[in-house]
Write a protein that binds this ligand. Structure first.
Ligand SMILES: C[C@H](OP(=O)(O)OC[C@@H](O)[C@@H](O)[C@@H](O)Cn1c2nc(=O)[nH]c(=O)c-2cc2ccc(O)cc21)C(=O)N[C@@H](CCC(=O)N[C@@H](CCC(=O)O)C(=O)O)C(=O)O
Length: 143
Protein backbone atom coordinates (compact mmCIF):
# COMPACT_ATOMS: atom_id res chain seq x y z
CA UNK A 1 0.00 0.00 0.00
CA UNK A 2 1.54 3.32 -1.02
CA UNK A 3 0.28 6.86 -1.35
CA UNK A 4 1.55 7.10 -4.90
CA UNK A 5 -1.36 4.92 -6.04
CA UNK A 6 -3.58 6.43 -8.74
CA UNK A 7 -5.76 9.19 -7.26
CA UNK A 8 -9.47 8.71 -7.79
CA UNK A 9 -11.27 12.00 -7.05
CA UNK A 10 -14.49 11.95 -5.06
CA UNK A 11 -17.66 11.62 -7.14
CA UNK A 12 -18.98 14.54 -5.06
CA UNK A 13 -17.99 17.76 -6.87
CA UNK A 14 -17.75 20.13 -3.87
CA UNK A 15 -15.55 17.60 -2.11
CA UNK A 16 -13.12 17.05 -4.97
CA UNK A 17 -13.07 20.80 -5.62
CA UNK A 18 -12.05 21.45 -2.00
CA UNK A 19 -9.28 18.84 -2.26
CA UNK A 20 -8.04 20.51 -5.48
CA UNK A 21 -8.12 24.00 -3.93
CA UNK A 22 -6.11 22.88 -0.90
CA UNK A 23 -3.56 20.83 -2.84
CA UNK A 24 -3.04 23.29 -5.72
CA UNK A 25 -2.27 26.03 -3.17
CA UNK A 26 0.12 23.78 -1.22
CA UNK A 27 -2.28 23.90 1.71
CA UNK A 28 -2.52 27.68 1.95
CA UNK A 29 -6.03 28.09 0.47
CA UNK A 30 -9.37 26.34 0.58
CA UNK A 31 -8.67 24.95 4.05
CA UNK A 32 -11.84 26.26 5.71
CA UNK A 33 -15.50 25.19 5.71
CA UNK A 34 -18.14 27.33 7.46
CA UNK A 35 -15.22 29.22 8.98
CA UNK A 36 -13.70 26.09 10.54
CA UNK A 37 -10.49 24.35 9.44
CA UNK A 38 -10.39 21.26 7.24
CA UNK A 39 -7.68 18.59 6.86
CA UNK A 40 -7.30 16.03 4.07
CA UNK A 41 -6.89 12.37 5.01
CA UNK A 42 -5.42 10.17 2.27
CA UNK A 43 -6.51 6.53 2.33
CA UNK A 44 -6.23 3.62 -0.08
CA UNK A 45 -9.43 2.11 -1.48
CA UNK A 46 -9.96 -1.32 0.05
CA UNK A 47 -11.37 -2.68 -3.24
CA UNK A 48 -9.67 -0.60 -5.95
CA UNK A 49 -6.33 0.12 -4.29
CA UNK A 50 -6.77 3.69 -5.55
CA UNK A 51 -5.75 6.78 -3.57
CA UNK A 52 -8.78 8.44 -1.97
CA UNK A 53 -8.49 11.94 -0.52
CA UNK A 54 -11.02 12.70 2.22
CA UNK A 55 -11.48 16.26 3.54
CA UNK A 56 -12.56 16.18 7.17
CA UNK A 57 -13.07 18.83 9.85
CA UNK A 58 -9.79 19.45 11.68
CA UNK A 59 -9.79 18.00 15.20
CA UNK A 60 -6.32 17.96 16.74
CA UNK A 61 -4.76 17.61 20.18
CA UNK A 62 -1.04 17.36 20.91
CA UNK A 63 -0.16 16.29 17.39
CA UNK A 64 -2.89 13.61 17.26
CA UNK A 65 -5.86 14.12 14.93
CA UNK A 66 -9.39 12.70 14.96
CA UNK A 67 -11.27 11.48 11.89
CA UNK A 68 -15.02 11.56 12.49
CA UNK A 69 -17.02 9.32 10.12
CA UNK A 70 -20.11 11.52 10.46
CA UNK A 71 -21.32 11.88 6.86
CA UNK A 72 -23.69 14.54 8.13
CA UNK A 73 -25.48 12.06 10.39
CA UNK A 74 -26.46 9.74 7.52
CA UNK A 75 -27.71 6.27 8.52
CA UNK A 76 -24.68 4.57 6.93
CA UNK A 77 -20.94 5.02 7.46
CA UNK A 78 -19.05 6.91 4.77
CA UNK A 79 -17.24 4.47 2.52
CA UNK A 80 -13.81 5.72 3.63
CA UNK A 81 -14.57 4.16 7.03
CA UNK A 82 -14.02 0.74 5.43
CA UNK A 83 -10.80 1.83 3.74
CA UNK A 84 -9.30 3.05 7.00
CA UNK A 85 -10.54 -0.01 8.89
CA UNK A 86 -8.93 -2.27 6.27
CA UNK A 87 -5.62 -0.38 6.22
CA UNK A 88 -5.06 2.10 9.04
CA UNK A 89 -2.09 3.81 7.42
CA UNK A 90 -3.17 7.32 6.42
CA UNK A 91 -1.50 10.49 5.21
CA UNK A 92 -2.83 13.71 6.73
CA UNK A 93 -2.49 17.17 5.18
CA UNK A 94 -3.07 19.94 7.74
CA UNK A 95 -2.45 23.15 5.80
CA UNK A 96 1.15 23.05 4.61
CA UNK A 97 2.05 20.17 6.93
CA UNK A 98 1.79 16.56 5.71
CA UNK A 99 2.30 13.56 8.04
CA UNK A 100 2.06 9.76 7.78
CA UNK A 101 -0.08 8.56 10.69
CA UNK A 102 -1.88 5.43 11.84
CA UNK A 103 -5.63 5.34 12.40
CA UNK A 104 -7.17 3.57 15.39
CA UNK A 105 -10.91 3.52 16.07
CA UNK A 106 -11.63 4.51 19.68
CA UNK A 107 -14.41 3.52 22.04
CA UNK A 108 -15.64 4.10 25.60
CA UNK A 109 -13.91 6.71 27.75
CA UNK A 110 -11.22 7.41 25.16
CA UNK A 111 -13.88 8.10 22.53
CA UNK A 112 -15.80 10.34 24.97
CA UNK A 113 -12.72 12.53 25.45
CA UNK A 114 -12.15 12.77 21.68
CA UNK A 115 -15.84 13.27 20.93
CA UNK A 116 -15.82 16.34 23.20
CA UNK A 117 -12.80 17.69 21.29
CA UNK A 118 -14.52 16.97 17.98
CA UNK A 119 -17.73 18.77 18.97
CA UNK A 120 -15.68 21.69 20.29
CA UNK A 121 -13.96 21.94 16.91
CA UNK A 122 -17.15 21.42 14.87
CA UNK A 123 -20.40 21.71 16.90
CA UNK A 124 -22.68 20.21 14.20
CA UNK A 125 -21.18 16.78 15.02
CA UNK A 126 -23.41 16.76 18.14
CA UNK A 127 -26.57 17.27 16.06
CA UNK A 128 -25.47 14.66 13.53
CA UNK A 129 -25.20 12.09 16.33
CA UNK A 130 -28.56 13.11 17.82
CA UNK A 131 -30.22 12.69 14.42
CA UNK A 132 -29.11 9.12 13.74
CA UNK A 133 -29.36 5.69 15.35
CA UNK A 134 -25.91 4.97 13.85
CA UNK A 135 -23.07 5.40 16.33
CA UNK A 136 -20.74 7.78 14.50
CA UNK A 137 -17.24 6.24 14.53
CA UNK A 138 -14.18 8.24 15.55
CA UNK A 139 -10.60 7.31 14.69
CA UNK A 140 -7.55 8.84 16.26
CA UNK A 141 -4.75 9.40 13.75
CA UNK A 142 -1.46 9.12 15.63
CA UNK A 143 2.28 8.98 14.82
C1 LIG B 1 -19.03 9.54 -1.91
C2 LIG B 1 -18.12 8.50 -1.34
O1 LIG B 1 -17.34 9.12 -0.31
P1 LIG B 1 -17.21 8.49 1.15
O2 LIG B 1 -15.91 7.75 1.25
O3 LIG B 1 -18.47 7.78 1.53
O4 LIG B 1 -17.06 9.81 2.04
C3 LIG B 1 -18.16 10.70 2.12
C4 LIG B 1 -17.73 11.92 2.91
O5 LIG B 1 -17.43 11.53 4.25
C5 LIG B 1 -16.51 12.56 2.29
O6 LIG B 1 -16.85 13.05 1.03
C6 LIG B 1 -15.98 13.68 3.18
O7 LIG B 1 -14.86 14.28 2.58
C7 LIG B 1 -17.07 14.75 3.40
N1 LIG B 1 -16.65 15.62 4.54
C8 LIG B 1 -16.74 15.08 5.81
N2 LIG B 1 -17.22 13.83 5.98
C9 LIG B 1 -17.26 13.27 7.23
O8 LIG B 1 -17.69 12.12 7.36
N3 LIG B 1 -16.82 13.97 8.34
C10 LIG B 1 -16.34 15.23 8.24
O9 LIG B 1 -15.92 15.82 9.25
C11 LIG B 1 -16.30 15.85 6.94
C12 LIG B 1 -15.83 17.15 6.73
C13 LIG B 1 -15.71 17.67 5.43
C14 LIG B 1 -15.16 18.96 5.20
C15 LIG B 1 -15.00 19.44 3.91
C16 LIG B 1 -15.40 18.64 2.81
O10 LIG B 1 -15.22 19.10 1.55
C17 LIG B 1 -15.96 17.37 3.01
C18 LIG B 1 -16.12 16.88 4.33
C19 LIG B 1 -17.13 8.00 -2.39
O11 LIG B 1 -16.09 8.58 -2.58
N4 LIG B 1 -17.52 6.91 -3.04
C20 LIG B 1 -16.71 6.36 -4.12
C21 LIG B 1 -15.95 5.13 -3.65
C22 LIG B 1 -14.96 5.52 -2.60
C23 LIG B 1 -14.08 4.41 -2.07
O12 LIG B 1 -13.31 4.62 -1.16
N5 LIG B 1 -14.17 3.16 -2.64
C24 LIG B 1 -13.37 2.07 -2.12
C25 LIG B 1 -14.28 0.87 -1.88
C26 LIG B 1 -14.88 1.02 -0.53
C27 LIG B 1 -15.99 -0.04 -0.31
O13 LIG B 1 -16.84 -0.16 -1.22
O14 LIG B 1 -15.98 -0.67 0.75
C28 LIG B 1 -12.23 1.72 -3.06
O15 LIG B 1 -11.81 2.61 -3.82
O16 LIG B 1 -11.75 0.59 -3.00
C29 LIG B 1 -17.63 6.03 -5.27
O17 LIG B 1 -18.86 5.98 -5.04
O18 LIG B 1 -17.11 5.82 -6.38
Amino acid sequence: MTFDAEYEPSPTKWVRDQVAAIEESGGTEGTMMLGMPVIIVNTIGVKTGKLRKIPLMRVEHDGVYAAVASLGGAPKHPVWYFNVTADPRVEVRDGQHVARLTAREVFGDEKAVWWERAVAAYPPYAEYQQNTERVIPLFVLEP
